[in-house]
Design a protein around this ligand. Structure first.
Ligand SMILES: NC(=O)C1=CN([C@@H]2O[C@H](COP(=O)(O)OP(=O)(O)OC[C@H]3O[C@@H](n4cnc5c(N)ncnc54)[C@H](O)[C@@H]3O)[C@@H](O)[C@H]2O)[C@H](O)CC1
Ligand SMILES: [K+]
Length: 462
């Protein structure tokens, strides 16, 4: 459940038009947030309210805390509320709390300065307010967004925002919670339901979304029930990648695996005797349930000839690493592309900064335009379907920041896409499995020391 600022405003407006006033939404937000606040009975609290509806949420939170007996001060550094709903709440709440002119140091700061109404970098006095809050030793709890953080993208973000300890995201998460440049400001994130309908095209994947039945085997099943895939990879000087991908595919339960490797890879074949082998020059059979192409490959070395055969297959085709090219978008079956930001930059002609600053929009547009499944890798990998909708993986695993990780993901994808459409969201499951295995092995081996092969061995242990 991830929303843009425009979507939130639309949902809000529809609710208001249908008889659910903003003032009630603020009540709902506050009554859901207050019980979750990590506040001790003796904590001193400062609520910093802006002039919009985010400030209105702040006023109701301040009121509720005061009613519970906490010592609450409200600071209005930008002046009185401009919104009607917020002003109504401010009028009553100000009779219960202390409204102060000069900020004071407290144990807790509640940040209700800006929410989704912020446009562009913060201007004026609010800059000093944000700097003041960031100098405090207090626990900083932000409502909806850490003030100063834009909702949708980080393209114009100048680095000035409140550094929250925790952020309570109203209705849904905002995209910037999952961008490298802005996510650290959020601290821990928590979604707060305020009773509005959910219409988001983006979901958030956590550990609980992993389908553990992937690891089960039916007692009467046969190898053909789990799919037959081929992984085409390797080049004269990059010979390890297809073996990593192939081993990962087998560890991910594929029934039968062919590995197509260059002649120079022959000495390594004995390291993975479970696979069947082809050479790149062999004619491709028609009987695969899925094909993966690219790990360790380079342009030239027969790539075009191989692709001519691959593209006529009607099964799902996973294109990774060296095979990623705008010249290879035409396929008969589903096409799954797995670029990291550098590779995606080449596919889109956009800079890595433009991609990383606005991942959701760039990825969604691209998937729709080319009708592809896109896996845009990163700390928060995006998994996008050809309709432009998608999911973000939030299982973080720094051990994956290492050569070979992409090859493993391609192998897992091959295994799951080989299961003949039997699995829901094979790409999402593959990304989750990959991250969970890396996270799991990082508990016994330091992430810096984890080998790609260790992640593969962990696939069956999570
Ligand atoms: N559906 C929901 O989720 C609900 C969310 N609510 C809360 O309302 C805010 C959004 O409120 P809004 O009034 O639209 O805007 P803000 O409070 O975020 O701030 C607007 C305020 O900021 C000024 N401003 C804009 N850009 C800048 C800038 N670059 N520099 C300085 N100042 C700027 C602008 O002039 C306005 O005065 C949402 O986040 C939730 O917290 C509601 O409670 C209802 C339901
Ligand atoms: K805020």
């Amino acid at each position: 459940m991830i929303y843009t600022a425009a979507e939130i405003k639309q949902i809000d407006q529809t609710a208001t038009q249908n008889g659910m006033p903003e003032s009630i939404l603020m009540e709902r937000a506050a009554s859901a947030i207050v019980p979750k606040l990590p506040i001790e009975s003796h904590s001193t609290i400062l609520v910093v309210c802006g002039t919009g509806n985010n400030g209105g949420d702040g006023w109701v939170v301040a009121r509720e805390l005061a009613v519970k007996g906490h010592e609450v001060s409200v600071w209005l550094p930008l002046g009185d509320s401009k919104s009607e709903a917020a002003s109504t709440h401010a009028a009553y709440a100000s009779s219960l709390v202390r409204v102060i002119e000069q900020p004071v140091a407290t144990d807790i700061v509640i940040d209700a300065l800006f929410g989704v109404g912020l446009s562009g970098p913060v201007t004026g006095k609010a800059r000093d307010v944000i700097e003041w809050v960031n100098q405090q030793m207090a626990t900083v709890l932000s409502i909806d967004l850490p003030s100063g953080i834009p909702s949708d993208h980080a393209l114009e973000f100048d680095g000035l925002a409140i550094q929250a300890t925790r952020t309570y995201c109203l209705h849904g998460y905002k995209r910037t919670a999952f961008l490298n440049r802005t996510s650290p400001y959020y601290g821990q994130i928590e979604r707060i339901d305020i009773g509005l309908p959910h219409t988001s095209g983006w979901s958030v994947l956590t550990e609980s979304d992993f389908n553990r039945s992937l690891l089960e085997r039916d007692r009467f099943s046969h190898k053909t029930d789990y799919g037959h895939g081929i992984l085409i990879g390797g080049s004269r000087h990059l010979l390890g990648a297809p073996f990593l991908g192939g081993r990962a595919a087998i560890r991910s339960g594929i029934g039968l695996l062919n590995l197509s490797v260059p002649r120079e890879a022959s000495p390594f074949i004995s390291t993975l005797p479970e696979a069947m082998y082809n050479q790149h020059t062999d004619v491709l059979e028609q009987s695969y349930d899925a094909i993966a192409i690219g790990p360790g490959m380079v342009e030239g070395e027969g790539m075009d000839t191989i692709w001519q055969q691959v593209k006529h297959q009607s099964c799902p085709i996973i294109v990774d690493a060296g095979a990623l090219s705008t010249r290879r978008f035409e396929t008969r079956g589903p096409l799954i592309l797995t670029p990291h930001p550098g590779e995606f930059s080449r596919l889109t002609n956009q800079s890595v900064e433009e991609i990383e600053g606005d991942r959701f929009a760039v990825a969604s547009e691209f998937a729709k335009q080319h009708r592809v499944h896109l896996i845009l890798k990163g700390t928060y990998t995006l998994i996008v379907t050809p309709d432009g909708k998608g999911a973000v993986n939030t299982v973080e695993a720094s051990a994956l920041a290492k050569g070979g990780s992409g090859d493993i993901l391609t192998g897992i994808l091959l295994a799951l896409w080989s299961r003949k459409g039997e699995l829901q969201s094979p790409s999402e499951q593959a990304v989750l499995w990959h991250a969970l295995a890396a996270k799991s092995i990082s508990r016994t081996i330091h992430p810096a020391s984890v080998l790609a092969s260790d992640v593969i061995e962990e696939l069956g242990r999570i």
